[in-house]
Design a protein around this ligand. Structure first.
Ligand SMILES: [Zn+2]
Length: 153
């Protein structure tokens, strides 16, 4: 069983946590194009909620019958396991970003204005994450979230 490449899909929110996702990766035995179809199952990477793609790939909660099918599908377990690794990685990157922003923030505040603080802390954190081996897309996402926490007045 392997994970396919990430694909862009129309954005729709998780029915549990509300996180908007516009990407999907398939899990299966065959080489697949990874593009989901209505009726396919999906797992929210953020909270692990199991859902089904409906019309236009808008995510919906599964019916009772679909829940039973999911429970017997080894791919769902594999996705949950993969999600565990991703979230563990994310926690590690988040820690690096937070430490970096904390270290640089005092210096930024003295040298620049409030807006520049966010930009400087964000840019430095992205660099630190990429240096540590984080994928650039994920580095930008995590650095932005962490810098916003510190930019709160
Ligand atoms: Zn979710």
């Amino acid at each position: 069983m392997k994970m396919g490449p990430s694909q862009r899909i129309p954005s729709s929110p998780c029915t549990n946590c509300g996180k908007e996702e516009d990407g999907a990766s398939c899990v299966g035995d065959a080489e697949e194009d990874a593009l989901p179809n209505p009726g396919d199952f999906c797992i929210c990477i953020e909270c692990g909620h199991a859902m089904v793609y409906g019309d236009g790939l808008v995510k919906r909660d599964p019916t009772a019958a679909e829940v039973q099918i999911m429970a017997a599908d080894p791919r769902i377990l594999a996705i949950q396991r993969a999600r565990g690794y991703v979230m563990k990685d994310k926690a590690k990157w988040r820690e690096i970003a937070r430490g970096n922003i904390e270290r640089n923030l005092a210096q930024c505040v003295e040298e620049d204005g409030a807006d520049a603080v966010f930009d400087s802390a964000y840019t430095l954190a992205v660099d630190a994450l990429i240096d540590a081996g984080c994928a650039p897309d994920l580095a930008r996402e995590i650095a932005k979230e962490e810098a916003q926490v510190f930019a709160q007045p």
